[in-house]
Ligand binder design. Structure first.
Ligand code: TYD
Length: 224
Protein backbone atom coordinates (compact mmCIF):
# COMPACT_ATOMS: atom_id res chain seq x y z
CA UNK A 1 0.00 0.00 0.00
CA UNK A 2 1.50 3.30 -1.06
CA UNK A 3 1.33 5.94 1.63
CA UNK A 4 1.36 9.68 1.21
CA UNK A 5 2.68 12.21 3.69
CA UNK A 6 0.71 13.71 6.55
CA UNK A 7 1.60 17.24 7.70
CA UNK A 8 -0.22 19.21 10.39
CA UNK A 9 -0.01 22.89 11.29
CA UNK A 10 -0.30 23.97 14.90
CA UNK A 11 -0.13 27.15 16.92
CA UNK A 12 -2.21 29.63 18.81
CA UNK A 13 -5.11 31.44 17.20
CA UNK A 14 -3.55 34.18 15.09
CA UNK A 15 -0.16 32.46 14.69
CA UNK A 16 -0.42 32.72 10.89
CA UNK A 17 -0.61 28.99 10.26
CA UNK A 18 -3.58 29.14 7.88
CA UNK A 19 -1.76 31.54 5.55
CA UNK A 20 1.37 29.41 5.71
CA UNK A 21 -0.60 26.24 4.97
CA UNK A 22 -2.20 27.76 1.87
CA UNK A 23 1.15 28.92 0.55
CA UNK A 24 2.78 25.59 1.19
CA UNK A 25 -0.07 23.83 -0.62
CA UNK A 26 0.34 26.06 -3.67
CA UNK A 27 4.09 25.47 -3.72
CA UNK A 28 3.81 21.68 -3.35
CA UNK A 29 1.28 21.60 -6.18
CA UNK A 30 3.60 23.63 -8.37
CA UNK A 31 6.24 20.96 -7.64
CA UNK A 32 3.90 18.31 -9.01
CA UNK A 33 2.45 16.85 -5.79
CA UNK A 34 -1.22 16.19 -5.24
CA UNK A 35 -2.20 18.01 -2.07
CA UNK A 36 -5.30 17.63 0.06
CA UNK A 37 -5.98 20.39 2.58
CA UNK A 38 -8.42 20.51 5.47
CA UNK A 39 -8.94 22.14 8.82
CA UNK A 40 -10.15 20.85 12.15
CA UNK A 41 -12.74 21.17 13.34
CA UNK A 42 -14.55 21.07 9.98
CA UNK A 43 -13.90 19.82 6.47
CA UNK A 44 -16.65 17.20 6.35
CA UNK A 45 -20.40 17.80 6.46
CA UNK A 46 -20.58 16.41 9.98
CA UNK A 47 -17.43 18.31 10.95
CA UNK A 48 -18.81 21.63 9.71
CA UNK A 49 -21.86 21.16 11.94
CA UNK A 50 -19.64 20.36 14.89
CA UNK A 51 -17.51 23.37 14.08
CA UNK A 52 -20.41 25.77 14.23
CA UNK A 53 -21.49 24.37 17.60
CA UNK A 54 -18.00 24.56 19.06
CA UNK A 55 -16.75 27.85 17.74
CA UNK A 56 -19.72 30.18 17.73
CA UNK A 57 -19.80 32.18 20.93
CA UNK A 58 -23.59 32.35 20.62
CA UNK A 59 -23.94 28.54 20.85
CA UNK A 60 -24.06 28.62 24.59
CA UNK A 61 -27.03 31.00 24.51
CA UNK A 62 -29.12 28.20 22.99
CA UNK A 63 -27.32 25.05 24.16
CA UNK A 64 -26.23 26.13 27.62
CA UNK A 65 -22.59 25.92 28.74
CA UNK A 66 -20.64 23.22 26.86
CA UNK A 67 -18.87 20.97 29.36
CA UNK A 68 -15.11 20.66 28.76
CA UNK A 69 -15.38 16.89 28.29
CA UNK A 70 -18.21 17.33 25.80
CA UNK A 71 -16.08 19.86 23.94
CA UNK A 72 -13.22 17.36 23.85
CA UNK A 73 -15.46 14.54 22.66
CA UNK A 74 -16.91 16.71 19.88
CA UNK A 75 -13.41 17.64 18.70
CA UNK A 76 -12.60 13.94 18.47
CA UNK A 77 -15.87 13.09 16.74
CA UNK A 78 -14.96 15.66 14.11
CA UNK A 79 -11.45 14.21 13.85
CA UNK A 80 -12.62 10.61 13.52
CA UNK A 81 -14.91 11.65 10.68
CA UNK A 82 -12.24 13.54 8.80
CA UNK A 83 -9.73 10.70 9.20
CA UNK A 84 -12.31 8.32 7.76
CA UNK A 85 -13.60 10.55 4.95
CA UNK A 86 -10.55 12.56 3.95
CA UNK A 87 -7.20 11.85 5.58
CA UNK A 88 -6.83 8.08 5.26
CA UNK A 89 -8.17 7.84 1.70
CA UNK A 90 -5.78 10.63 0.64
CA UNK A 91 -2.80 8.95 2.33
CA UNK A 92 -3.64 5.60 0.79
CA UNK A 93 -3.79 7.33 -2.61
CA UNK A 94 -0.26 8.65 -1.97
CA UNK A 95 -1.22 12.33 -1.61
CA UNK A 96 0.22 14.94 0.71
CA UNK A 97 -2.29 15.91 3.38
CA UNK A 98 -2.02 19.35 4.99
CA UNK A 99 -4.24 19.65 8.03
CA UNK A 100 -4.84 22.92 9.90
CA UNK A 101 -4.82 21.66 13.53
CA UNK A 102 -5.01 18.07 14.77
CA UNK A 103 -4.67 16.23 18.08
CA UNK A 104 -1.95 18.56 19.39
CA UNK A 105 -4.66 21.24 19.42
CA UNK A 106 -6.82 19.05 21.64
CA UNK A 107 -3.88 18.40 23.94
CA UNK A 108 -3.09 22.11 24.11
CA UNK A 109 -6.62 23.60 24.24
CA UNK A 110 -8.64 20.94 26.05
CA UNK A 111 -5.78 19.18 27.86
CA UNK A 112 -4.00 22.32 29.07
CA UNK A 113 -6.35 25.22 28.36
CA UNK A 114 -9.41 23.50 29.86
CA UNK A 115 -7.15 21.53 32.23
CA UNK A 116 -8.41 18.06 31.31
CA UNK A 117 -4.84 16.74 31.26
CA UNK A 118 -2.72 15.32 28.42
CA UNK A 119 -3.21 11.67 29.35
CA UNK A 120 -6.92 11.79 28.71
CA UNK A 121 -6.40 13.41 25.30
CA UNK A 122 -3.73 10.91 24.28
CA UNK A 123 -5.93 8.00 25.38
CA UNK A 124 -8.79 9.43 23.32
CA UNK A 125 -6.44 9.76 20.36
CA UNK A 126 -5.49 6.10 20.62
CA UNK A 127 -9.13 5.02 20.93
CA UNK A 128 -10.75 7.27 18.35
CA UNK A 129 -7.98 8.00 15.84
CA UNK A 130 -6.18 4.64 15.94
CA UNK A 131 -3.24 6.74 17.08
CA UNK A 132 -2.74 8.09 13.54
CA UNK A 133 0.19 10.48 13.91
CA UNK A 134 1.32 13.15 11.46
CA UNK A 135 4.65 12.52 9.76
CA UNK A 136 5.50 16.16 10.41
CA UNK A 137 3.96 18.93 12.51
CA UNK A 138 4.83 22.55 11.81
CA UNK A 139 4.33 24.42 15.05
CA UNK A 140 4.23 28.19 14.70
CA UNK A 141 5.03 29.88 17.96
CA UNK A 142 5.41 33.62 17.53
CA UNK A 143 5.51 35.42 20.87
CA UNK A 144 2.40 35.03 22.99
CA UNK A 145 1.66 38.76 22.98
CA UNK A 146 1.81 38.98 19.19
CA UNK A 147 -0.46 35.93 18.82
CA UNK A 148 -3.09 37.19 21.23
CA UNK A 149 -3.19 40.57 19.62
CA UNK A 150 -3.71 39.10 16.14
CA UNK A 151 -6.38 36.65 17.30
CA UNK A 152 -8.49 39.33 18.97
CA UNK A 153 -8.22 41.71 16.03
CA UNK A 154 -9.13 38.98 13.56
CA UNK A 155 -12.15 37.82 15.49
CA UNK A 156 -13.51 41.35 15.71
CA UNK A 157 -13.02 41.85 11.98
CA UNK A 158 -14.69 38.55 11.04
CA UNK A 159 -17.73 39.32 13.15
CA UNK A 160 -18.11 42.75 11.60
CA UNK A 161 -17.65 41.60 8.00
CA UNK A 162 -19.59 38.36 7.85
CA UNK A 163 -21.96 38.63 10.76
CA UNK A 164 -20.53 35.27 11.84
CA UNK A 165 -18.80 34.83 15.11
CA UNK A 166 -16.22 32.12 15.72
CA UNK A 167 -15.08 33.64 18.96
CA UNK A 168 -15.98 31.14 21.66
CA UNK A 169 -12.27 30.39 22.14
CA UNK A 170 -10.98 33.90 21.56
CA UNK A 171 -13.06 35.10 24.51
CA UNK A 172 -10.88 33.14 26.93
CA UNK A 173 -8.50 34.94 29.26
CA UNK A 174 -4.75 35.21 28.99
CA UNK A 175 -4.13 32.37 31.47
CA UNK A 176 -5.92 30.00 29.08
CA UNK A 177 -3.61 31.00 26.23
CA UNK A 178 -0.51 30.87 28.42
CA UNK A 179 -1.31 27.26 29.33
CA UNK A 180 -1.81 26.43 25.65
CA UNK A 181 1.50 28.02 24.71
CA UNK A 182 3.27 26.05 27.43
CA UNK A 183 1.60 22.82 26.30
CA UNK A 184 2.84 23.35 22.75
CA UNK A 185 6.36 23.84 24.11
CA UNK A 186 6.03 20.59 26.05
CA UNK A 187 4.80 18.67 22.99
CA UNK A 188 7.68 20.03 20.89
CA UNK A 189 10.22 18.97 23.52
CA UNK A 190 8.62 15.53 23.88
CA UNK A 191 8.51 14.74 20.14
CA UNK A 192 11.37 16.56 18.43
CA UNK A 193 11.36 14.17 15.44
CA UNK A 194 7.79 14.93 14.53
CA UNK A 195 7.43 18.55 15.62
CA UNK A 196 9.35 21.36 13.94
CA UNK A 197 8.83 24.50 16.02
CA UNK A 198 9.26 27.88 14.35
CA UNK A 199 9.59 30.34 17.16
CA UNK A 200 10.09 33.81 15.84
CA UNK A 201 8.04 36.75 14.68
CA UNK A 202 9.61 36.91 11.19
CA UNK A 203 7.45 37.96 8.23
CA UNK A 204 5.25 35.64 6.19
CA UNK A 205 7.83 35.18 3.41
CA UNK A 206 10.68 34.27 5.76
CA UNK A 207 8.62 31.76 7.66
CA UNK A 208 7.33 30.24 4.42
CA UNK A 209 10.89 29.82 3.17
CA UNK A 210 11.82 27.97 6.37
CA UNK A 211 8.74 25.78 6.12
CA UNK A 212 9.58 24.83 2.53
CA UNK A 213 13.11 23.88 3.55
CA UNK A 214 11.86 21.64 6.33
CA UNK A 215 9.21 20.01 4.14
CA UNK A 216 11.53 19.52 1.17
CA UNK A 217 14.05 17.73 3.38
CA UNK A 218 11.35 15.47 4.81
CA UNK A 219 9.52 14.46 1.68
CA UNK A 220 12.80 13.73 -0.05
CA UNK A 221 13.53 11.21 2.71
CA UNK A 222 11.78 7.84 2.61
CA UNK A 223 8.72 7.47 4.83
CA UNK A 224 9.37 4.73 7.37
P1 TYD B 1 -10.00 28.30 13.78
O1 TYD B 1 -10.89 29.38 13.29
O2 TYD B 1 -9.68 27.18 12.88
O3 TYD B 1 -8.78 29.00 14.39
P2 TYD B 1 -7.34 29.11 13.88
O4 TYD B 1 -7.39 29.79 12.55
O5 TYD B 1 -6.67 29.89 14.94
O6 TYD B 1 -6.87 27.69 13.81
O7 TYD B 1 -10.63 27.78 15.13
C1 TYD B 1 -10.26 26.64 15.72
C2 TYD B 1 -10.45 26.85 17.19
O8 TYD B 1 -10.76 25.60 17.81
C3 TYD B 1 -9.18 27.37 17.84
O9 TYD B 1 -9.51 28.36 18.80
C4 TYD B 1 -8.65 26.16 18.54
C5 TYD B 1 -9.85 25.32 18.82
N1 TYD B 1 -9.57 23.87 18.84
C6 TYD B 1 -9.58 23.19 20.06
O10 TYD B 1 -9.81 23.79 21.10
N2 TYD B 1 -9.32 21.85 20.09
C7 TYD B 1 -9.09 21.13 18.95
O11 TYD B 1 -8.86 19.90 19.01
C8 TYD B 1 -9.09 21.84 17.70
C9 TYD B 1 -8.84 21.11 16.42
C10 TYD B 1 -9.34 23.20 17.69
Amino acid sequence: MQRGYFITFEGLDGSGKTTQLRRLAAWLESEGHTVVTLRQPGGTTLGDRIRSILLDSRSEATLGPIAPLAEMALMFADRAQSIHEIILPALVAGHIVLCDRYTDSSEAYQGAGRQLGSERILAMHRAVCNNLQPDLTLLLLPSLDASLHRARRRNLRTTQQKGTDEGRFEREDDGFYRRIYQAYETIAAREPQRVAAIRDDAGIEDIQARIRQIVAARIAAPVI
